[in-house]
Design a protein around this ligand. Structure first.
Ligand code: M6R
Length: 615
């Protein structure tokens, strides 16, 4: 949460900062602000509550002096409401120093008391201002921002990425990070800092991820990274695999629409180069080679949409590898006493690789001796770096807050992993492996067919703008899709929505059914033995008898649902485990279209941020 950008170089920094903030706005949009050191050596700041465009409009009507050193911030409010005053940057050293922050400083009230007792004053209700004032005090003592940072980080508890500039040190931006992300962009005569590479990818694709508990000082011609004690740290630059155009809307009405359209590519790219001569080749898993041969339980940790990908991963791993697999919400896992055996492999799933709950859960599992694998979409992200191995999804940058293409890519990666494990452990025959790999490779084309139903789904959504509650039912692999359909509708259209396992219906949820209640039902295939199909069709009859309006997502040619469904959305034929990769898109499109029909911002739903980097 919160997007952070820093620049030092040879061109007007405001343009770079605002460009970076545009790309980082998905991280939070409660307020935005910038601070630059102008050519006279004066620190100038401007900040406004509201989305970034409010700040941009303000700067257009009342321009501020520009310079070649600056920092910018887009906020997701934690401490203190989304007001001008609480917007970042915050000032220290009598307005000569500006600081921005992502994270939560847990001991801010103790520090604030200390500073108040010394006569310092505060203008905001934020934890961040405390860090700014503290840094100002330490700067006065040290006369150097980097040295001052070392003292300050020692006093802070919690999670933070901090960036600061001081007008007495033009040409320098200093940052520090603990448990929140920070990446350097390496330029020519200029350098950048960002919460993620999107902040600077239009200027450079060469990057360095800052590690845990490190301080970075950038100047136009140099970068210096140390640990919190000042010991130099070696850096490992990497190349960003996507370009700036990938993070643009490119003519689509929203990032979400664009990202749904990219789902077939997200899956194809995640599979690319990993299926060789009929076998799964995952060289990234080499650090886990010994563990994989011996693992007796897989524990999948994730939040939100990623946890529903994890549920599908569980079904796949159990079926193909014959190993018990469980999915846990990261935040529920961490604050109890989970039993982790010596042969448990923990697999975290996170698009951003920065979700604090998941990061902490991974660390918690590591402390208990678990080997860890990260399934992640963001190069150099913290969770991937902290894990024993990382299996990257190649969905490309996902900008819309609602996760769509990242979800299908996560499922594809989990399926590859499940098939790899099954083959490695001899649980899958060569023929079974080949059949499943062929099914997986066929998904992108089938999904492209599903996406053609966009207009039909838009029509359905437009007729439901007055709906106050929607239920989603699914069974087996349809169940996580029901949960995901409900989550999408809640977060985008602000409509009460619940997903249920269809088998659970008679254990309570059926009481919710009244005439006109809209219910989406993910119908399993009637083919291949199809034992679940008649059960779900019975469920449809049961709710229909009580007046529900049923929208079925059913395989092409499934006529059994026709007499009982009010609407049917068709998906192509696929083996059961692969159906969810096709069934999810209609629900994503439905939520997006309903939100759009209600005039809502589908890319930036209220109260949310893309990366949840605070607990
Ligand atoms: O970056 P992550 O995959 O770790 O994010 C996990 C969830 O916060 C995320 O999937 C969230 O539920 C999405 N907004 C859902 O669309």
């Amino acid at each position: 949460m919160c997007g952070i950008v820093g620049y030092v170089g040879n061109r007007p920094s405001l343009e770079v900062l605002i460009g970076g903030l545009r790309r980082l706005e998905y991280r939070g949009y409660d307020s935005a602000g910038v601070a630059v050191i102008d050519p006279t050596g004066t620190l100038v700041t401007h900040k406004r509550a509201g989305k970034l465009h409010v700040l941009i409009d303000d700067l257009a009507s009342s321009p501020i002096a520009d310079g070649v050193t600056g920092i910018g911030h887009t906020r997701w409010a934690t401490h203190g409401g989304p007001t001008d005053r609480n917007a970042h940057p915050h000032l220290g050293d009598d307005g000569k120093l500006a600081l921005i922050h992502n994270g939560i400083i847990e001991n801010f009230s103790v520090l604030k008391e200390e500073l108040l007792a010394e006569g310092y004053e505060f203008r905001s209700e934020t934890d961040t201002e405390v860090a700014a004032v503290l840094l100002g005090r330490e700067y006065r003592a040290a006369g150097d921002l980097t040295v001052a940072f070392r003292t300050v980080v020692d006093r802070l508890h919690g999670a933070f990425t901090l960036l600061a500039v001081h007008q007495d040190q033009p040409g320098v931006v200093v940052g520090a990070r603990r448990n929140s992300p920070l990446v350097i962009g390496l330029g020519d005569g200029e350098n950048f800092l960002g919460s993620d590479v999107a902040a600077f990818v239009e200027h450079t694709r060469r990057a360095v991820a800052i590690g845990q508990d490190q301080i970075v000082t950038i100047r136009p011609d140099s970068i210096e990274v140390t640990d919190f004690f000042g010991n130099p740290v070696e850096t490992e630059p990497f190349d960003v695999s996507w370009d700036a155009a990938a993070a643009e809307k490119g003519g689509w009405s929203s990032f979400m629409a664009k990202e749904i359209s990219e789902e077939p590519d997200a899956i194809a790219n995640t599979l690319r180069g990993r299926i060789v001569d009929g076998a799964v080749e995952l060289t990234e898993l080499e650090p886990l080679a010994g563990v994989l041969a011996d693992v007796d339980r897989v524990l999948l940790l994730a939040c939100g949409t990623a946890s529903y990908a994890g549920m599908l991963g569980k079904y796949a791993i159990e079926k193909w590898a014959g190993i018990p697999a469980d999915v846990e919400l990261s935040h529920e896992f961490r604050y109890r006493d989970p039993v982790i055996g010596p042969r448990t492999l923990v697999v975290s799933i996170s698009q951003s690789g920065e979700t604090m709950d998941t990061l902490m859960a991974v660390k918690y599992a590591q402390e208990r001796g678990a080997a860890t694998l990260s399934i992640c979409n963001t190069q150099g992200a913290t969770i991937a770096r902290e894990s024993d191995a990382a299996l990257y999804t190649h969905a490309g940058p996902e900008v819309a807050v609602a996760s769509t293409k990242a979800f299908v890519a996560q499922v594809a990666a989990l399926y590859l992993f499940g098939l790899h494990l099954g083959a490695l452990r001899g649980h899958l025959s060569a023929a079974e492996l080949a059949t499943n790999l062929a099914e997986l490779q066929a998904v992108p084309d089938k999904l492209a067919i599903v996406l053609r139903s966009g207009p039909e789904i838009r029509e359905l959504a437009r007729n439901m703008t007055d709906t106050r509650s929607v239920l989603f039912l699914g069974r087996h692999v349809g169940y996580p899709i029901a949960l995901e359909g409900a989550l999408k509708l809640k977060e985008l259209a602000y409509i009460h929505a619940e997903g249920f396992a269809a088998g659970e219906l008679k254990h309570g949820p059926i009481a919710l059914i009244e005439p006109g209640q809209r219910v989406f039902v993910v119908v399993p295939s009637p083919r291949q033995g199809g034992v679940l199909h008649p059960k779900v069709v019975s469920n449809i009859q049961e709710i229909r008898a009580r007046g529900a309006h049923v929208i079925a997502i059913a395989e092409k040619g499934d006529v059994a649902v026709l007499p009982f469904a009010d609407d049917v959305l068709r998906i192509p034929l696929a083996a059961p485990l692969f159906e969810p990769l096709l069934a999810v898109a209609p629900l994503q499109i439905f939520a997006m279209e309903l939100a759009a029909a209600k005039g809502l911002d589908v890319d930036q739903p209220r109260n949310l941020a893309k990366s949840v980097t605070v607990e």
